[in-house]
Design a protein around this ligand. Structure first.
Ligand code: GDP
Length: 690
């Protein structure tokens, strides 16, 4: 018979996991009683351990759903809080501490919470039982207890004492039964006393005669009867803790020595006494109640399973799904996308990226050494556009122009191309990885996304130093001399013309923006005229220009200066485009006339050498290591429930998985019930045969 309760409790716990299962509920024993009625003492006597929160003013604020599991193999009793992930706590004072903390976590103004604390206790000495300890009824609300507390406790208890639960109504023998709040409450929901067990505590505090009268059930009859107990824990003596099982032994001994000295409780008295009797009764009654509910429960579960299967069919076409499969598919897709990227991003792409970066540096050098300088102020400029117009009608014999080109070349070769190349390529890869992630299912998973991006960063960072050092080393000869071939020259000429054209477009675009921002072409022209005149000294601007000048505000003047700068730059670039395209720049011999072409050819050489290195040191290494790194880092993240968390981040997958889990749990429950019924029938057959 015991097997039944054990299985039913297991089923009950499974059903709890199904969640939101409103239609299915299996009976539990709910424990109610007034404060100080001895409720905790009874529960502890049943469990055989002191573990409930105690102390002055300690009010239970949350229901404790206590599952006792009889497990003959256990050597040291232990408790578990499944919701908190706390397992195998053998120190019951720690369980008590946890319960106290969980209890105190309910804010005072909320009074009580109906969010239960789940606790499971495993021991070879406990019966299989499922008990719910509820807050004790309070008679008179104390001064520092809110008035609502009494009402809220009562409401909470009402919720739990509904059928099919069994009510364990605790009343103290030294309080008139007519005043027992527990019995009053139980009578409201179970008027005929069919599922109420009366427990009378503190039997030692009343005359045996009176005590026996209470138990004999005349005044307030209950079909399941009363049990009298003396469950006060005997004082602990000595330094050592009570050994396992000692509490119940001591209580029974205590009870025996009291009850056996009073003939009112003798074997023929017909009254039920003692904690051991109570335990047996609880097991028996729970078992009865559970088996009587088996039929209804089965039908309800079947209905729920049908509904779930239907949903599974219509919503998901019965497509199977697991968190593992989802992860594997996501990872597979990502790896494929990455492969496609890898085959599209190689030397030519790196070459282009790095060359673009170097083009900018070439422009910087040209601006610094050959072209304009930013106009700092309205004061007459040292810069004379006429000189620039000559430039560089450079005399190839002039040492000055030799030096200009040499320093510009040297600045280019020594600007730290290694670092620049490694950074440009690493950034591009990182940005592409981010793009791939965005397009993949991982986009919906913030933490996985972070892991993937970090994996890319780690692998790239790993090679960044050696790559940039290697590149620098391989570029070393260029730092002394760059030998340009005619072919390279003519390619450089074509390319730089394009770069200059782009730069020109950019100047023009910026100019357009400036025009718009000041309210038109004409307005900008006016300001520019003023700035020009001031620069040439035709207008003397007195004092600071911070507050504006010539009727223009400071902000407007600033824009005027920018516009003048852009115009001059555009003029020069225009001129230089013509120069580059001219016959003069066709030949390498004229390199001093055409610094743009020469520097472009240098930049291309630097790029080509760098890319050879980047390809071997960085890119190939990245392509080989990144997928493995992602897999291993994601694997780490999926440990300890990470996989479930991951899958449920996607609401569509979460719903799918939840439905499947629900279906599987319900199927499991049904198969367990089926097994149980077969067992039950066999049991009945054996009983019938005798
Ligand atoms: P709860 O507030 O209902 O949980 O009650 P407790 O279990 O904390 O008991 C209240 C007080 O009554 C405590 O001081 C217990 O030691 C005491 N007590 C509990 N059961 C008995 C009993 O059977 N006999 C006697 N004499 N005292 C008891």
């Amino acid at each position: 018979m015991m097997y039944m309760t054990k299985m039913m409790i297991e089923i009950r716990n499974l059903l709890q996991k199904v969640g939101q299962s409103s239609t299915v509920s299996l009976p539990s024993i709910v424990v109610i009683g007034s404060q100080s009625s001895g409720k905790s003492s009874v529960l502890e006597a049943i469990v055989g351990h002191e573990f409930l929160p105690k102390g002055n003013n300690m009010i239970t604020r949350r229901p404790i759903e206590l599952t006792l599991v009889n497990d003959p193999k256990v050597s040291a009793d232990y408790g578990e809080f499944p919701d908190l992930g706390l397992h195998r706590i053998t120190d019951f004072s720690l369980i008590q501490k946890n319960l106290t903390e969980l209890n105190q976590s309910v804010p005072e103004r909320e009074c009580v919470s109906d969010d239960p604390i789940r606790l499971t206790i495993h021991s070879p000495r406990v019966p299989d039982l499922s008990l719910i300890d509820l807050p004790g009824y309070i008679q008179v609300a104390g001064e520092n207890q809110p008035r609502e507390l009494k009402r809220k406790i009562s409401e909470l208890c009402d919720k739990y004492i509904r059928g099919p639960n069994i009510i364990l109504a605790i009343s103290a023998a030294d309080v008139d039964l007519a005043n027992s709040t527990a019995l009053q409450a139980s009578r409201r929901v179970d008027p005929r006393g069919e599922r109420t067990i009366g427990v009378i505590t503190k039997m030692d505090l009343v005359d045996p005669e009176k005590g026996a009268a209470i138990l004999s059930d005349k005044q307030y009859p209950l079909r399941l009867g009363y049990v009298g107990v003396i469950s006060r824990a005997p004082q602990q003596t000595g330094l050592f803790k009570r050994d396992t099982g000692a509490l119940l032994r001591q209580i029974s001994k205590n009870e025996k020595s009291y009850f056996s000295t009073h003939p009112e409780f003798g074997p023929d008295s017909g009254v039920n006494i003692g904690t051991v009797t109570l335990r047996k009764k609880l097991m028996h009654v729970l078992e009865q109640q559970m088996s009587s509910k088996l039929q209804d429960t089965t039908a309800a579960i079947q209905r729920e399973l049908e509904e779930t299967s239907y949903q599974f069919k219509v919503q998901y076409n019965e497509e199977p799904m697991t968190a593992e499969a989802y992860l594997a598919a996501s990872l597979d897709d990502f790896k494929h996308a990455f492969k496609r990227f890898a085959s599209s991003f190689g030397r030519p792409q790196m070459q282009q990226l790095l060359k673009e970066a170097l083009d900018q540096r070439v422009l910087d050098q040209l601006a610094a050494k050959y072209w304009n300088k930013p106009i700092e102020d309205l004061s007459p400029a040292p810069f004379e556009p006429e000189n620039i117009a000559d430039l560089p009608k450079a005399d190839p014999d002039s040492q000055f122009w030799h030096m200009q080109l040499d320093t510009a070349t040297s600045a280019l070769t020594r600007l730290g191309v290694g670092r620049l190349a490694a950074t440009v390529v690493a950034n591009a890869i990182q940005a592409n990885v981010d793009k791939l992630v965005n397009k993949s299912t991982f986009a919906k998973h913030p933490s996985a996304r972070q892991v993937i991006n970090e994996a890319a960063a780690t692998v790239l960072a790993d090679r960044s130093y050696t790559t940039s050092d290697g590149i620098e080393f391989s570029l070393k000869p260029y730092k002394y001399e760059v030998d340009i071939q005619p072919q390279e020259w003519s390619q450089g000429r074509d390319h730089v013309a394009g770069v200059l054209k782009m730069e020109l477009d950019q100047c023009q675009r910026a100019m357009g923006n400036l025009e718009n921002s000041v309210g038109g072409k004409r307005k900008l022209k006016e300001v520019m005229n003023f700035v020009d005149k001031a620069r040439k000294g035709e207008i003397v601007v007195e004092g600071e220009t911070r507050n504006g000048a010539g009727g223009f505000s400071a902000a407007l003047l600033q824009k005027g200066r920018e516009a003048v700068f852009l115009r001059d730059r555009a003029d020069i670039i225009n001129m230089r485009i013509m120069a580059v395209k001219s016959r003069q720049c066709k030949s390498l011999e004229n390199k001093y006339y055409c610094p743009e072409v020469f520097l472009d050819a240098v930049a291309t050489k630097l790029t080509q050498t760098s890319v050879l290195f980047l390809n071997v040191e960085m890119l190939n290494d990245f392509y080989a290591r990144f997928p493995r790194e992602v897999e291993s880092k994601l694997g780490e993240q999926m440990l300890g429930g990470g996989l479930e968390r991951f899958a449920s981040e996607d609401s569509r997958i979460r719903r799918h998985l939840d439905l499947i889990r629900r279906k599987e749990l319900l199927e499991l429950v049904l198969s367990k019930i089926e097994g149980l019924r077969r067992f039950h029938r066999a049991d009945d057959d054996v009983a019938g045969a005798h």
